[in-house]
Design a binder for this molecule. Structure first.
Ligand code: ZN
Length: 227
């Protein structure tokens, strides 16, 4: 865990732990429905960071995340991740309380499938990254809406172009989110995988612009924020 710009991020930087998880993930990759594009979960409190700092919790959340829109049962989590059922249930309860997972609504006509399925909720990505007071101030002043309006045409154009490039190039194609009805979230009606794909593209572009571009350096110099 480390603190950056007033926001807490829970990360697993220990390389070997990641390697172990990655091996598990790779071995099971056929089972996974959703690719992930962002590597950490933004959190808003020490409580959230504390919950996510447990390796079992992290692995459960990662697994649920990769299970996609239909989610995963507690039994499957317990079996695949080799965790006692009691740990899985208490962790899922905590993750639900914090809004990281929700229960998939029962599907009609599927009487066999009575077990609860837990879905990783990623519609909270955007909200988590920004300080609440700052967010309220921006929203109240209409700043967010103005920025969105100004960016809308170029964002839409840029994203269609990026999608086309990913589709056209063999080495990029594997990174595309799947367009399948199975992958659409029962709660928000969108593919979390596709949303995360777009977040990753936009975040990287904005980061590059802010940290590396001459235009932005000049912008800062003119306002006394750089020399
Ligand atoms: Zn959703």
């Amino acid at each position: 865990m480390f603190v950056m710009g007033g926001t807490l991020y829970a990360i697993r930087s220990e390389k070997f732990k990641f390697q172990i998880l990655w091996n598990v993930v790779s071995a099971l990759s056929d089972l996974f429905r959703a690719r992930t594009y962002l590597t950490h979960f933004p959190v808003q409190s020490y409580l959230e960071a504390d919950v996510l700092s447990k390796e079992s919790t992290w692995n459960i959340l990662e697994y649920a995340r990769r299970a996609g829109a239909r989610g995963v049962t507690a039994e499957e989590l317990s079996k695949t991740l080799d965790l006692p059922a009691s740990v899985v249930y208490s962790t899922l309860k905590e993750l639900r309380r914090l809004g990281f997972v929700f229960i998939h609504p029962r599907e009609k006509g599927k009487s066999k499938d009575r077990k609860k399925r837990y879905v990783c909720d990623k519609s909270t990505w955007g909200k988590y990254g920004v300080d609440n007071d700052f967010l309220s101030a921006m929203t109240f002043a209409g700043i967010t809406d103005h920025v969105v309006e100004a960016l809308r045409p170029s964002l839409v154009g840029m994203l269609s172009k990026s999608f086309d490039e990913f589709k056209a190039k063999k080495e990029l194609k594997a990174f595309l989110p799947q367009a399948s009805p199975d992958n659409i979230c029962s709660k928000c009606g969108r593919s979390h995988e596709a949303m995360e794909f777009i977040y990753a593209i936009v975040l990287r572009a904005i980061d590059k612009f802010i940290t590396e571009s001459d235009e932005f350096r000049v912008f800062l110099v003119e306002r006394g924020y750089s020399k």
